[in-house]
Design a protein around this ligand. Structure first.
Ligand SMILES: Cc1ncc(COP(=O)(O)O)c(C=O)c1O
Length: 394
């Protein structure tokens, strides 16, 4: 008897299931109210004007496939948004593809670029899909472990040390899930100075959280350096900044040749992104700036409340300036991150995620999402304080 895994592809067997899932499943199985600070999605409902644009499109009968790359009006709205926010222009016809979330962009880019054995530099701790998408495309992830003492920023010397003649691309994800770290324009400039020495390396910049930056409301990106603009694919989307996770809509902008290759795969595998969501995107990208700002201000308030609560609980936490996560240290408590989260869930009914789920260097930390109500955050930090005290007195 076999369990059937021998029939599966070697690469699928090699990629471990996401450790985040296990905690969602555990939390779902629990009886009574569980405070969830584990989820990576906004608790806000999508702003009404954006929902209404989708609803109106249905009323008008837009229930068909869109063009493969997406409706031209949606691509134009996205390219105008990028021009407005980043000051960089893209051709809506040839340099923009509408995808099923940023997730599809990450998968497409891996399949469009990687030949078996190519190396891809990944900066950990990071979003769980980076390594998996590279492995599914038969690439070899080369991990850089960022450090808390460097505020989880990528250091230019770390990048230079990871590059080999097999490096195909590097993927950067700032503001960061899970640490909340951001890279400023000056930080990115130092990375740019390394990358200009290696013209064959493509840059993938995952900017899903670009609008959730509490340090600087204008996003900074590697696409803003003219030397890199034509070597960089920006993966982006509406899930986080516009609270649109369920719409499953995102986009990639970048050099014509890479966008064309990604579109080819998208054509065969997906056909086109959801039409209703594309109408919502036209409204979001054209008129959504004030909605983003309102949500950003609220997250910023919650961020401060959480950080104060973590400090009261006696947990050291590097100050996150982006996304909606804090990544406090649990070192010194004599317990690994997965056991910490499992016991915290079972004993105090609060779900958070072990740092190790985002790469080996995340061990010794936990990810706490503040995309939750202020009341839940306040309640959770009181329980956290009790839990930490019990661990210390055990
Ligand atoms: C850093 C990062 N990139 C990309 C994604 C994918 O988001 P979506 O497919 O909903 O656009 C996520 C989702 O959690 C993320 O955290």
């Amino acid at each position: 008897m076999t369990d059937g895994t021998s029939k599966l592809s070697e690469v699928v067997n090699k990629v471990p299931p996401s450790a985040i899932r296990r905690f969602f499943d555990l939390a779902n199985e629990m009886k009574g109210h569980v405070i969830s600070l584990s989820i990576g999605e906004p608790d806000f409902v999508t702003p009404w004007s954006i929902r209404e644009a989708g609803i109106n499109s249905l009323r008008e009968g837009y229930t068909h496939y869109s063009p493969n790359s997406g409706y031209m009006e949606a691509r134009e709205a996205i390219c105008s948004y990028i021009q407005r926010r980043y000051g960089v222009s893209y051709s809506s016809k040839e340099e923009c593809l509408i995808t099923v979330g940023g997730s599809e962009g990450l998968d497409l880019v891996a399949r469009a670029l990687i030949n078996p054995g190519d190396e891809v530099v990944i900066v950990e701790p990071c979003f769980v899909a980076y390594k998996a998408t590279v492995m599914f495309a038969h690439g070899v992830p080369v991990v850089i472990s960022t450090k808390e003492e460097n505020d989880y920023k990528l250091m230019p010397e770390e990048l230079e040390a990871a590059i080999t003649d097999k490096t195909k691309y590097i993927i950067l994800g700032y503001p960061s899930n899970p640490t909340g770290a951001v890279m400023t324009y000056d930080d990115l400039k130092k990375i740019k100075d390394v990358l200009v020495k290696y013209p064959d390396i493509t840059i993938i910049s995952d900017e899903l959280y670009c609008e959730l930056n509490y340090l600087d409301s204008k996003p900074s990106s590697l696409i803003q350096f003219p030397e890199l603009r034509d070597r960089t694919v920006m993966i982006n989307g509406f899930s986080k900044s516009y609270a649109m996770t369920g719409f499953r809509i995102g986009y990639s902008v970048g050099p014509k040749s890479i966008i064309a290759a990604m579109t080819k795969i998208h054509q065969y595998c997906i056909m086109s992104a959801p039409s209703t969501a594309q109408f919502a995107v036209i409204e979001a990208a054209s008129n959504g700036d004030s909605c983003i700002e309102e949500m950003r201000n609220e997250y910023n308030h919650r961020r401060r409340v959480l950080l104060k609560g973590l400090s009261d609980a006696g947990l050291k936490c590097f100050t996150p300036y982006g996304a909606f996560y804090a990544f406090p240290s649990i070192e010194g408590l004599g317990i690994q991150s997965d056991e910490f989260c499992e016991r915290f869930l079972l004993e105090k009914k609060v779900a958070i995620v072990p740092g190790k789920a985002f790469g080996e260097c995340g061990e010794g930390h936990v990810r706490i999402s503040y995309a939750a109500s202020i009341d839940d955050i306040k309640d959770a930090v009181v329980r956290l304080k009790e839990f930490v005290e019990e661990l210390k007195n055990a």
